[in-house]
Design a protein around this ligand. Structure first.
Ligand code: AR6
Length: 164
């Protein structure tokens, strides 16, 4: 499996799936969620409404609509409350469940944002360690290419350190 770090807006990536850092209602929001819904267009929200929500740590898949990506995998990261409330296990579950969904849909390329590290307040370094270790540990049958999409250079620097 090839792992890359990329800096920029995840909605521009032409991959089999981009991951959305959503909330449990799946009805859009700010941050990367807002950017994905704006770029995909209203049909994405329509499909999300039919799903009816997603518990924290789990993931669901939809079409990509107007995005260059074929699919969106929506996962709900934990809100950071200091680290003693099961946040790490929930964030691990997000990455694992996204990989498992890619696998079961035969997807070969997937791009992740830094789930939970924006509005939800998860410390970037701790989150990047989980992202990298969970993706590397997943014995995926189909995914050949994983991109960690960092929104800025600071995030890119953290991921580079962790990957090394
Ligand atoms: N491309 C790549 N990364 C991005 C983009 C983008 N276009 N925009 C932001 N990021 P956040 P969360 C980075 O807040 O912490 C929403 O309202 C950002 O710099 O989007 O999981 C949802 O509806 C940060 O590193 O997600 C939820 O209510 C990372 O993406 C809530 O926010 C995640 O930041 C989820 O919070």
């Amino acid at each position: 499996m090839e792992i890359e770090i990329w800096t920029g807006d995840i909605t521009r990536l032409a991959v089999d799936a981009i991951v959305n850092a959503a909330n449990e209602r799946l009805l859009g929001g700010g941050g990367v969620d807002g950017a994905i819904h704006r770029a995909a267009g209203p049909d994405l929200l329509e499909e999300c409404r039919t799903i009816g929500g997603c518990p924290t740590g789990e993931a669901v898949i939809t079409g990509g609509y107007r995005l260059p990506a074929r699919h969106v995998i929506h996962t709900v990261g934990p809100v950071w409350h200091g680290g003693a409330q099961g946040e790490a296990a929930l964030l691990r579950a997000c990455y694992r469940n996204c990989m498992a969904l890619s696998d079961s849909h035969g997807l070969e390329s997937i791009a992740f944002p830094a789930i939970s590290t924006g509005v939800y307040g998860y410390p970037m370094r701790k989150a990047a360690e989980i992202a990298v270790s969970e993706v590397c540990a997943y014995a995926d049958k189909t995914v050949r290419r994983v991109i960690f999409a960092c929104f800025d250079e600071a995030g890119t620097a953290v991921y580079s350190e962790v990957l090394q």
